[in-house]
Design a protein around this ligand. Structure first.
Ligand code: PLP
Length: 357
């Protein structure tokens, strides 16, 4: 499929952020967007790159009523030589396709979509920050567009990719977070849509997040939805426990998002001969291990922050401190290694890097 390119008129270029040290997250969007349409019987067509701007949808579009939507999140990084690269982008596109299958949506061609993404980034390459720690965030999205009411699978979709510069996740330094164990609301249940990156999961999490923020916590720690006993995820990140000398993370049982950072951490830990176990871990086991001094570190993993150390957890009114509220050695080592690979500062033995320019 050809990709038609309509470049933005120079007079209509979007205002670029003045200070790369104050980018924040999800505030700025680059000049161009990639789009393509889908129709049953016709497949994907009309692939194009256009100036970023509003899209038009009928108010009856199915996505607006029944949430048939999937998305991804990945980043492009600026190397010291000025080139630009992606981290495991095919894994994001394969996950997009798995999410799409769960939501009865069409899959995209991984190689074609990656080619389109590279073309989009090349066109907007000046938007990729040069400040260490900053990057270009990429948000591929698919929505059901048929104008119709009545719960059903849409025969029409729009797929698009928007990008925008984002700042270093830790502008004030790599500091541990405080998290609240959520024992009332749940995020996702096995058999549901928790393992798909789809908007409904995030809508379901907002109220718990709001309440945790009001109490001074950065994130909530989700427990399983059946027994409210086993640890699942933290906010929109996966979670790891360094229990004595073993790294433990909950298994991908259907309600947990299969994070690419999670998978990368597992591979790196194994490279370093650290035993890793994917197994159920109850909140009681976590609390007991902290009390007995067996819990060395807790950290969350995700594309936005890479590694986010947990310094304090609150459960049923009790507050537990991990590693005296300091960043653990393994958290730091994993963070430096992953960032090093992503920015092209360290070797890439697993072939995770895809160069754009
Ligand atoms: C995106 C996401 C993650 C992290 O996935 P990465 O591929 O590591 O960015 C974890 N949990 C949830 C709920 C997510 O949406």
């Amino acid at each position: 499929m050809e990709i038609r390119v309509e470049r933005v008129d120079p007079s209509r270029r979007r205002k670029r952020p003045e200070d790369e040290g104050k980018l924040g997250f999800g505030i700025y969007f680059s000049d161009h967007v990639f789009l393509m349409d889908y129709k049953d019987g016709k497949g994907w067509h009309n692939a194009r790159i256009e100036p970023y701007g509003p899209i038009s949808l009928e108010p009856s579009a199915l996505v607006l009523h029944y949430g048939q939507q999937v998305f991804e999140g990945l980043k492009a990084y600026r190397r010291p030589d000025g080139g630009i690269q992606l981290f495991r982008p095919r894994d994001n596109l394969r996950r997009l396709n798995r999410s799409a299958r769960r939501l009865c949506m069409p899959e995209v061609d991984v190689e074609f979509t990656l080619k389109a993404l590279k073309e989009l980034i090349s066109l907007d390459q000046e938007w990729v920050p040069r400040t260490p720690g900053a990057s270009l965030y990429i948000r591929p999205t698919m929505i059901a567009t048929e104008p119709a009411l009545g719960v059903k699978v849409s025969p029409e979709y729009l797929f698009y990719i928007i990008t925008g510069p984002v700042g270093a996740y830790y502008p004030q330094g790599f500091n541990p977070t405080k998290i609240l164990v959520e024992d009332r609301y749940v995020r996702a249940v096995r058999g549901g849509i928790g393992e798909a990156k789809t908007c409904g999961n995030y809508a379901a999490s907002l109220l718990a997040m709001e309440e945790a923020h009001k109490k001074g916590y950065t994130q909530v720690l989700w427990l399983d939805a059946v027994y409210q006993k086993y640890v699942e995820e933290v906010g929109t990140s996966n979670i790891f426990f360094l229990l004595e000398d073993e790294l433990v993370t909950p298994p991908l049982g259907g309600s947990i998002l299969p994070g690419i950072t999670r998978d990368s951490v597992i591979q790196l830990a194994r490279d370093w001969w650290i035993p890793v176990r994917e197994r159920l871990i109850s909140i009681d086991e976590v609390v007991d291990a902290i009390k007995l001094g067996r819990m060395k570190e807790i950290f969350a993993t995700g594309t936005a922050a890479v590694i986010s150390p947990v310094g304090e957890i609150s459960y049923k009114g009790e507050v537990y401190t991990i590693n005296q509220g300091k960043v653990g050695e393994l958290s730091k080592k994993l963070y430096e290694e992953l960032q090093g690979i992503q920015y092209g500062l360290r070797p890439d033995p697993h072939g995770w890097i895809e160069k754009v320019t």
